[in-house]
Design a protein around this ligand. Structure first.
Ligand SMILES: [Zn+2]
Ligand SMILES: [Zn+2]
Ligand SMILES: [Zn+2]
Length: 105
């Protein structure tokens, strides 16, 4: 967990997590099912993890080049840089997000 390995920290615009989300916004649009939720720290897009069928967080990175996402799972505060492929502990982000249970259980 070394922040020095990532050069994208200045892309982080989301400093406060939403109080609640309804789920992966792309899955909700297409009727898909997610396992775990991730939030893009550049724009606040909520997507699903790579263990989900549609992998919308990674798809969002490929569409937008937004490098850093953070877990929205309860009790998890790690972030991940897609470009550097490195786990990060990003400080200075407040709030905790209420999420619905995964439709995949
Ligand atoms: Zn990076
Ligand atoms: Zn999704
Ligand atoms: Zn984004």
């Amino acid at each position: 967990m070394s922040a020095q390995a990532c050069t994208h920290l200045d892309e982080i615009k989301v400093r406060e997590l939403p109080a609640a989300v309804d789920g992966c916004e792309d899955c909700l649009r297409i009727g898909g099912k997610w396992l775990h939720l991730r939030i893009c720290l550049a724009c606040g897009h909520v997507g699903c993890c790579d263990s989900s069928p549609n992998r919308h967080a990674t798809a969002h990175y490929h569409e937008t080049s937004h490098a850093i996402m953070r877990s929205l799972e309860p009790g998890e505060d790690w972030s991940w840089c897609f470009v550097d492929e490195v786990g990060l502990a990003v400080s200075g982000i407040s709030g905790e997000t209420r999420i619905p249970p995964s439709p995949l259980g």
